[in-house]
Design a protein around this ligand. Sequence first.
Ligand SMILES: [Zn+2]
Ligand SMILES: [Zn+2]
Length: 327
Amino acid sequence: MLRVCSFEIEPLADESLGVRSMSFLVATPDVVLLLDPGASLAPRRFNLPPHPEEFRALAEARRHIVDRAEDAEVLVISHYHRDHFTPPYESLYECCDKNDFTSIYNGRKELLAKILDSKTPFNQKKRAWQLARELEKLGVKVRQIGEGSVNFGDTTLSFFLSSHGSSKLGNVLVVILKYRNECTLIYAPDVQGPVDDAAFSRMLTTKFDLAVVGGPPLYLEERSEELSNIAKKGLANLAALIKANPRRVIVTHHLLRSSDWMEALERHGVSEDDILTYSSIRGVPLTLLEARRRLLFESDPPPPGYEDLIAKHKGRKCTGLLHELQG
Ligand SMILES: [Zn+2]
Ligand SMILES: [Zn+2]
């Protein structure tokens, strides 16, 4: 745990630690919050499955999230992509099972989750309904949140919605956590920079001590003109936010799916000393795995039949796969 003004923070999992996630623990003097309790791997990148090293990192991230969830009194789910919540079924690419689900969301907790609205894509709605159904069985009540605020003692959580970038992906829930007038933290997952004008201006005009910001998806730039524009605008906005708040922005998520992410920020006048990452706060080396997947397959090729082994373990927690790879 690291102390930032009145908060204790602990970044749990993200791309700098080898997985897709933004899972983050923050304790204010009033309440312990776990933001986006999920982690996953890209089933396909560079036309390759995850490298065994990625499954090892995911198993570690999963253990960490389950372990720290025990202390959390309130959970927040920003949207229904599976790197942001733990689904109620066994899964290889999330490396979870029913026990993990129960441990993470047990009945003592309050769950604040993004509302479903007309912009929410159908696949996210389906996941949210399934999640709510299974949580009800655990006795967990889901409180749907859009704009507005929720108080825990002197801690205020102010929520607003921001675009996920592409119109096809709907919105995400951003939270501004404030303790009295002493300490402010912004948690802005999957805002892609932020690319959304309203979210950008709100973040730029908020005086904060720390912001956890989902960076732009440079790795998708080639896919379409829309995605290229999102990446470019998101990168410029992120750089502006960092330059206005040096050493206060944790850069994470989509941006770190490209190996040259720091060079991209440097071209906008941001230096390495200006930013924080999950790994730098944890005091461990930056461990990009998905971005380096092709190189990992070259330098440390998995055993023959690896793809068949993955197919065999689909729908099962990744620890079984890891066990077989070891044996
Ligand atoms: Zn997302
Ligand atoms: Zn995400």
